[in-house]
Each structure stands twice: as structure tokens, then as C-alpha cells.
Write a protein that binds this ligand. Sequence first.
Ligand code: PLP
Length: 354
Amino acid sequence: MSRFWSDVTQGLTPYIPGEQPKLANLVKLNTNENPYPPSPRVIDALRATADDRLRLYPDPTSQQLREAIGTFHGLSIDQIFVGNGSDEVLAHAFLGLLKHDLPILFPDISYSFYPVYCGLYQIAWREMPLAADFSIHVDDYLDVPNGGIIFPNPNAPTGIALPVTEVERLVAGNPNVVVVVDEAYVDFCGETALPLIDRYPNLLVVRTLSKAHSLAGLRVGYALGHPDLIEGLNRVKDSFNSYPLDRFAQVGATACMQDRPYFEQCRDRVIASRERLSAGLRGLGFEVLPSGANFVFARHSAHAGADLAAALRSRSIIVRHFKQPARIDPFLRITVGTDAECDALLAALTGICG
Ligand SMILES: *Cc1c(COP(=O)(O)O)cnc(C)c1O
């Protein structure tokens, strides 16, 4: 605490990112990064960008990248907003589209950054309990007056996907507010809400290159929706930082979106490893929630989540454990690594759970 801090700063409860340890030989399954490298075309494009042009500001509109994203999804460029990671896109959506007088709604178990943005931008919020099976219960969102709705699909950290018919029911039932669907993990089997954006001007879909595209280090995310929503996001962006994507991020992300076969290949490998990992965990006595993501959320009937996480750490394997909310304290969130990494995890758990 400092007397120089503003009232807003004093009131903040910042997000705590998963740790990025510097240790070598660590099996790192804690922050849902992709175990495979980015497309070689990304690396080539980045190398070719390291030259005198760094003297100049990058394109403030990221036009080329938005064109590549448009081609990838079959959308027009005025339906696309890009930002410095989807976290920045989400932040702009909170301030630019979700901040109204009524509280916004999100699940009680979801991405823990949402309440942080509410604190930063002084937005009231209300948490909606997940059902007993950890699924989102859409009816709960249909008759609560609200300023907007946001949820991840598949949800984090549960990994459970909401069928697109249910997403549509939620969006259609809230026509006067913006519904943000955070599709950070949708490539790993979730059903995307993208086909709905032409019919629902209140739907914003947010994506990231950090997970399925192996580019967490480049910091690129984007939003897709009606041009009016995109214009709102651009107004916020240009009132904050006109150049959120540097020259490397724009060029690297463009090359990434242009290499669909590589993306599909890595994604399919992760999905296959996830199914293998889930089966292995069940064999060790874990309950594993059905995952549509690149992580699994699992608990053991005889071992506490915190104890398992600590025991794995002592064996140089890092997974994520959340103490709050209490309902998820028994669980571990385990990123799907390569098959070799998953095998190392299963071998360690076999030793621990005996
Ligand atoms: C990882 C993640 C993000 C953030 O992704 P970045 O693009 O790396 O900022 C957003 N939402 C959810 C639910 C995530 O898990």
C-alpha cells in the first residue's frame, strides 16, 4: 500500500498468472500452452521481419492479420478486432461493451480474470452457480436483469463445453445486452458460436492464438462479431494504445493463420493425447470431467488436490490447483502435453496414489 496509489489501485485484486518457472527438465502442465512448436512458417516470417522496418510504427489497424483471420473463418474484415492477447480483447470488451448499470453475469466457476476486470473497470457482477455436474445452466441466465453476459466455452477450468444450441438460447434470450463467448479452447472439440454472429448482433466471440495455435509468447487474440461491436472495441483500443500488436506479432500471427494444415495436425495430436491421458487418469481412480479443451480437470477420491499438486511438484511436474472456489479445491487442472509428458505424469501419479 502506498499513499501515491489511486483509490482504484488500492481496491484492485489482480489476477495471478500461472507460474513460468525457469527450471530445466520440468514437465510443465500448468498453463495450457501447446506442447508443439508454432508453424515453421511463423518462425520464417518473424526472421524476415527483423530488419530496419522496426524503426517504423506497425500498422495500427493490423489490416493484413485481420484479412488472414477473415480468410481462416470466412468472415469480413469489419467483423474482426485484434488485440495483445485475448486478455486485452476481453478487457476492452468489459469496458466498451459490458459496463452498464446492471450487473454482468458469469458462472461462479470460470476464468478468474473476469472479476478482476470488473474490479478494474468498476463493473458490478453476479456469479451464476454451475449445475451439480459443473455444466452451465442456461435457464438461469434467461430471466435475470443484467448488463451483459460472459463465459468461456468450453468453460475453464472445468473443460466442459456447452452445445451451440444452448449458447444460441442464451444469446437469443438476452437480445438487449452483449453476450461474450470466450472460445479460448474451442478448437479442441467445443462447438463454436461463430455461425451465429451473422444472426445475432449482440454476440461477440473471442479467440486466442495462445492455445491451439502454439503462440502464447506472441500475445495475439481476436474478437469476431457484428461491425458495430467491433467499432466499439476499436474506440476503446484507440483510446488506450493504438499499437497493441507490434510488427512481429502481426507478421507471425498472419503466417500462423495461413497455415491451417499445421494447426489441424497439432490440434488433432493434442486431442488424441487428451483422450489417452483421461483414460490413464481414470485407471488410477480419478474422476475426469468430460473435456473439450487442451486440459483435463480431475479429482481423486482418496487424495486432496493440493497434496497431489505438491507431490507432483517434488517430482518436477507442475499442474494447476485452485483453492477457490471451495467446490473445485479437490481438482487438479492438468494441461495435455505430449504423450511422453502425459506418461511421465501418469507414472508419477501411480507412485503417489499407489
Ligand atoms: C488462456 C485464456 C485466455 C487468455 O489468452 P491470451 O490470448 O493468452 O491472453 C482467455 N480466456 C480463457 C478462458 C483462457 O483460458
